[in-house]
Design a protein around this ligand. Structure first.
Ligand code: ZN
Length: 249
């Protein structure tokens, strides 16, 4: 690209453009860095953990319920056998001393077995109660989190639409200003902006406002001797240096 020339007015428009571009970059940065976004990500992660925990607990509860009804069936069987044995005793069906002793000892051992099984059932019930209240806690937290997420998402959306509105205004202004800048100067500005983030800076009191370095005497003298329509660049940061009455030339 050959040396770009543009009227001082056109060059001044670049400062407005740079300001609007900085504003747009600030808004974009703010939008992407909204605290609600990180908050929601953390909440989503927690929701995932809770979902997994609910599935695990429900599975455990199902296993436990099956174990419990098995144990209850066992108790029932033992009880039935005891009743049958007792029935035989009460009906006086057994009279031989040896048979009587054997029946009584069987009843004794069945009672011990019943006691053991009942303890197992009790233990399973306690475990089930513990798991049920854990499940209640998990689902309560999940529901609470769901409500909170709706609130945070609404806050995020409100913040985003506010930012978008400001960005829309800045974009509109930028379009108007850009229309005032000759095409070749605008192209140069955009190229530098793409590479460095900021395309143009004011020369103020002998200092580039882009890289904040003072220009040396040689460079300053060269700028002094340049025609007003010459587009000058900072030797340090290569940005377009826009001359104003404050430039200290
Ligand atoms: Zn500079």
């Amino acid at each position: 690209m050959g040396p770009v020339k543009a009227s001082p007015e056109s060059q001044l428009h670049l400062l407005e453009l740079a300001e609007l571009d900085a504003e747009l970059a600030r808004l974009d940065h703010r939008k992407r860095g909204l605290p609600e976004i990180a908050e929601l990500a953390a909440m989503e992660a927690r929701t995932g953990e809770l979902k997994d925990a609910v599935v695990v607990t429900e599975t455990e509860l199902g296993d436990l319920a099956r174990e419990e009804s098995r144990a209850e069936r066992d108790v029932e069987q033992v009880r039935t056998r005891i009743d049958r044995d007792r029935g035989r005793l009460d009906a006086g069906q057994v009279s031989a001393a040896r048979e009587l002793a054997s029946l009584q000892s069987e009843i004794e051992s069945l009672r011990r077995r019943q006691g053991d099984l009942e303890e197992v059932v009790l233990e399973l019930m306690e475990r089930r109660e513990g798991l049920t209240s854990r499940l209640d806690e998990l689902t309560a937290e999940r529901d609470r989190l769901g409500t909170q997420m709706t609130t945070v998402a609404a806050r995020r959306d409100a913040a985003i639409s506010e930012i978008d509105e400001q960005a829309g205004q800045a974009s509109g202004q930028r379009k108007e200003v850009a229309a005032e800048v000759p095409a070749d100067l605008l192209k140069l500005y955009e190229q530098i902006r793409d590479a460095r983030g900021v395309g143009a800076a004011m020369l103020r009191a002998g200092r580039c406002q882009g890289c904040h370095l003072n220009l040396n005497t040689v460079d300053l003298n060269q700028i002094r001797s340049s025609a007003p329509d010459e587009v000058v660049r900072c030797e340090e940061c290569r940005r377009i240096l826009v001359r104003t009455p404050e430039s200290g030339l």
